[in-house]
Design a protein around this ligand. Structure first.
Ligand code: GCU
Length: 688
């Protein structure tokens, strides 16, 4: 493997004030050697302790009887020390990925035991222990039991294998060098470590756009984007080693597939899911994949959306489409993640997913998960929660979040997504009914969480250094959606920047306030969306302001602004259960932050605080841009308190963010003024 120099992210394992006491207990490690996952465990302990203890631990093949203390990692079945300290019932009752960590006294030695019923559980337990120590927490009286809340915790790469580009990725070329597989890069191991450390257990390695739709001006020459060819035998063989590498870290490999693949490969003249030949083709393909990758996770499919082929091309529906793939994968315990991001450009996008999928509730196979974006539009800075959630009780649903910052400043701007995701996860999908919060919808087998991830080969992985926190936070929430954002932020900041209280406080504050600032200057804060440049160049758009471009989304006219997605308009509010529908349907009860998403209102419609809609839009745009400046100043106050390289990188990003935030502010307020002819009461908007 060949390596390069890149950041350790949150796995820095820096020595801290507790290191001395760690040395007493962890300088000797008795770890099981049986499975490949245990190799990953030992490697991580070696690496982690080298930093945290300031020296390499000594590994034993038996309990180190001469030591005063040691760390034991293994299953009770393999290690007597473990079964002496932890009851077998306690371990057996853990789920497959759960683990248990306990401090114990064993034959006079003070030991720490990490145990689980599976080797994957040991990987998670090891990373937990190392995080605990990185945070400087004591090892005395540990009694920790953890299990993931969600069974499926996946990252979706939108990597275009044969160009090494990443759709909506802002950190350089793809991490993966598919052409060179089966050669493996050291960086793959480090990526697997980062993912496993936060509990990710699945990775889709290629773009959902397995070919480029013609509407973007693409031609045949760009059709290799997305990598539909990965299903070919020669590439499957190449993926074998990559899958094995991830397997050591408990991560299963998945592929995005093109629904038209049976036709593309040239041996069939159709991909009709109701045709027996297609059934057989997918079954044979699934068998072949399974031969190469025995724990293959399954397929992710974007069908009948933005130019991708799907069952509609064959007069079939999404159930026919998803189920034919599901039947093929079933014998191999594989799963189909079928995306609900389906719309037809002639109608408001918001209404379409529910209309398309809800009538199909109960018809999808057990091993199909319908993967739904958090909002009904498309990863906007803020959207209401999709009405599909909570309303397809007979279907396995998956929540799709965007870790990368497509509409939130594309990793030039600081924008921490964890508070946004918490808002989504805590949302009650039916307050007067079953009262199920979004976070409680993905706990059953077959449901789960997927995050569109976007890291790249840049030394800092994510383009903006602070965006590493989004990957971190995504994993932590996918493992346990009950975690609050303060806990996650604090963990990330301390592991990434160390324990200087001034640094912790400042970085935490910046993270906390970054999302609201972006919402304010890119939307005006009342639920508008898609005010950004859409352009032709798919890989570069959605960054600059361009409110003229998509009037259908924000509905700005001379008489007012917003879109009637209510019972007066296209009826979207009625897709929600009654209590939510009623609340959204009336502008008096609709939450301010979503007001113009649901209602077209006169520019001078008065809000609760006495300000008008247009004045609030002006005020919020100014506040957002001012906030960007404040965040930059806060960051600059850290000069000399953290290493120069990270300091300067982030400072430069903030300089650019401030300029861009002002551009957004000026463009939006000019647009609002031009449409409304209502001057800013505070005289900040140049009036004709
Ligand atoms: C957005 C995004 C596209 C992506 C699509 C999807 O529209 O801009 O790049 O392909 O979402 O989620 O499929």
């Amino acid at each position: 493997m060949s390596g390069g120099k890149y950041d350790d992210c949150w796995l820095r394992y820096a020595e801290n004030g507790t290191s001395k006491s760690y040395r007493e207990r962890c300088s000797n490690v008795y770890a099981s050697v049986e499975a490949p996952e245990l190799g990953a465990v030992r490697d991580e302990l070696r690496r982690g302790f080298r930093g945290l203890l300031g020296r390499e631990p000594h590994f034993w093949q038996h309990p180190p009887r001469s030591a005063d203390g040691f760390l034991a990692v293994g299953t009770p079945a393999e290690m007597e020390v473990v079964s002496d300290c932890v009851s077998s019932e306690a371990v057996e009752s853990l789920d497959d990925e759960g683990f248990l960590i306990r401090t114990a006294d064993w034959e006079g030695a003070e030991i720490v035991v990490v145990t689980a019923s599976t080797d994957r559980g040991l990987v998670y337990g090891t990373f937990y222990l190392l995080r605990h120590m990185s945070l400087g927490r004591p090892l005395d009286s540990l009694d920790v039991v953890r299990e993931p809340t969600n069974a499926e915790r996946i990252v979706n790469h939108w990597d275009n294998p044969f160009r090494r580009s990443v759709e909506r990725g802002y950190a350089g070329p793809s991490i993966f060098d598919f052409e060179r597989l089966p050669d493996l890069r050291e960086r793959y191991v480090d990526y697997a470590r980062l993912l496993a450390s936060v509990g990710i257990n699945g990775i889709v390695v290629n773009n959902v756009n397995t070919q480029i739709p013609n509407r973007d001006g693409a031609n045949e020459a760009t059709n290799e984007l997305g990598g539909w060819q990965l299903l070919e035998t020669r590439y499957l063989e190449k993926l074998t080693g990559l899958a094995a590498l991830f397997r050591r870290y408990g991560i299963r490999l998945y592929l995005s597939v093109n629904f038209g693949a049976p036709e593309k490969f040239g041996d069939l003249d159709t991909a009709d899911p109701c045709d027996d030949r297609i059934e057989q083709w997918w079954a044979a393909k699934a068998d072949e994949i399974h031969e190469c990758i025995p724990d293959f996770g399954g397929f992710l499919v974007k069908a009948d959306s933005e130019g991708q082929p799907g069952p509609y091309n064959y007069d079939a529906d999404h159930v026919n489409g998803a189920n034919v793939l599901a039947r093929a994968l079933e014998p191999h315990s594989g799963r189909v993640w079928w995306r609900a991001f389906v719309y037809d450009s002639h109608e408001d996008r918001a209404v379409q997913q529910y209309n398309t999928f809800e009538p199909l509730d109960g018809e999808f196979h057990e091993n199909v998960t319908v993967q739904v974006k958090n909002g009904p539009i498309d990863f906007q800075p803020r959207e209401p929660v999709s009405p599909v959630f909570g309303q397809m009780p007979e279907t396995n649903l998956g929540l799709e979040l965007q870790i990368t910052g497509e509409y939130t400043g594309q990793h030039v701007h600081a924008c921490y997504h964890v508070p946004m995701w918490k808002e989504v996860l805590e949302f009650d999908t039916d307050p007067e009914g079953r009262g199920r919060r979004v976070k409680n919808l993905f706990t059953e087998e077959g449901t789960g969480i997927a995050g569109v991830s976007g890291p790249g080969d840049d030394p800092n992985w994510t383009g903006h250094y602070l965006a590493q926190a989004n990957l971190y936070g995504y994993g932590r929430l996918a493992w346990n959606p009950d975690l609050d954002d303060e806990t996650i932020t604090d963990e990330w900041v301390r592991q990434t920047f160390g324990d200087d209280p001034a640094v912790i406080e400042t970085v935490t504050d910046i993270m906390h306030d970054s999302w609201p600032a972006v919402i304010d200057y890119t939307t005006g804060g009342l639920g508008l969306l898609h005010m950004m440049y859409n352009g032709e160049a798919r890989l570069e758009n959605h960054y600059d302001p361009s409110p003229e471009e998509w009037p259908g989304y924000h509905g700005a006219t001379e008489d007012g602004i917003g879109k009637d997605r209510n019972s007066k308009g296209n009826g979207y509010t009625q897709q929600y259960p009654a209590a939510l529908a009623a609340g959204y349907d009336d502008p008096e009860t609709c939450p301010n932050e979503l007001l113009l998403f649901f209602h077209h209102l006169p520019w001078e419609y008065e809000l609760e605080d006495g300000r008008t809609v247009v004045q609030t839009l002006y005020d919020n745009c100014f506040a957002g841009a001012a906030e960007a400046e404040r965040l930059r100043d806060e960051w600059n106050s850290l000069d000399g308190k953290i290493d120069d390289e990270r300091f300067r990188h982030i400072a430069e990003r903030f300089d650019e963010q401030v300029v861009q935030a002002e551009r957004w502010r000026d463009t939006l307020v000019a647009f609002f003024y031009e449409r409304s002819s209502v001057p800013d009461q505070r005289g900040r908007v140049p009036s004709a």
